[in-house]
Design a protein around this ligand. Structure first.
Ligand code: SF4
Ligand code: FES
Length: 232
């Protein structure tokens, strides 16, 4: 089948503003949007710039706005979109070129929640034990691949870039509810702020955007409760 890709282009060295360009591509219905984009890049226009790495929904590097929804290009099949596909960079981040956005502010917020296990007890001979029930408390948020689809789909983030955003809160949740972690109060202090969980207005765009199916709004709600009632 033939599809038309309508791709938002921006070259900071030549353009003052972005514009759309159309490309006709021959694809299989079972091809992914990433395959179509690579066909454009490899055979039609080598200047098209995008990020991708694993091509299997694991690295999180090819999140982009596909027909108005944040998706991973490597996980969306052409047959589910039809023959006209509009592709834009994620909203709310500075565009470096075409579909590539500046992720550095996103990772700066990620670092603020200290996304690593802290446990100052003597190192045990074997692993630090945890029951299945204890693990279940944060299992959902371990699935995050830091694609930024949630944060860049969030109107609260669009209106205030100081907001840490859903992804950073998800990463905080992953450690706050880990029974082995000893830095909960410090993480909760970072998130107990108008730039933290209280900026969330439970709009649920993040849940719809997350390619890993994480219940992001539920995780944010659990962090709010942990701050208010001290229960982790
Ligand atoms: Fe991506 Fe989901 Fe993690 Fe947000 S919570 S960064 S959408 S994987
Ligand atoms: Fe790695 Fe799509 S290229 S998630």
């Amino acid at each position: 089948m033939q599809v038309t890709l309508r791709i938002k282009r921006f070259n900071p060295e030549a353009d003052t503003q972005s514009h759309f360009e159309n490309y006709q591509v021959e694809v299989e219905p079972t091809d992914r949007v990433l395959d179509a984009l690579q066909t454009v890049k490899w055979y039609q226009d080598g200047t098209l710039t995008l990020r991708r790495s694993c091509a299997h929904g694991i690295c999180g590097s090819d999140a982009m706005l596909i027909n108005g929804r944040n998706r991973l290009a490597c996980k969306v099949l052409i047959r589910d979109l039809g023959n006209k596909i509009q592709i834009e960079p994620m909203r709310g981040f500075r565009v470096l070129k075409d579909l590539v956005v500046d992720m550095e502010p996103f990772f700066a917020k990620y670092r603020q929640v200290m996304p690593y296990l802290v446990n100052n007890d003597p190192v045990p001979q074997t692993e630090r034990l945890q029951s299945p029930e204890e693990h279940e408390r944060f299992e959902d948020t371990t699935k995050c691949i830091l694609c930024a689809a949630c944060t860049t789909a969030c109107p609260s983030y669009w209106s205030n870039h100081e907001f840490l955003g859903p992804a950073a809160i998800v990463q905080g949740h992953r450690f706050i509810f880990d029974s082995r972690d000893q830095l909960k109060s410090e993480r909760l202090a970072v998130l107990n702020d108008m730039t933290g969980v209280w900026r969330c207005r439970t709009i649920f765009n993040c849940v719809e955007a997350c390619p890993r199916g994480i219940d992001v709004t539920k995780a944010i709600g659990e962090v709010k409760k942990a701050i208010l009632f001290g229960k982790t």
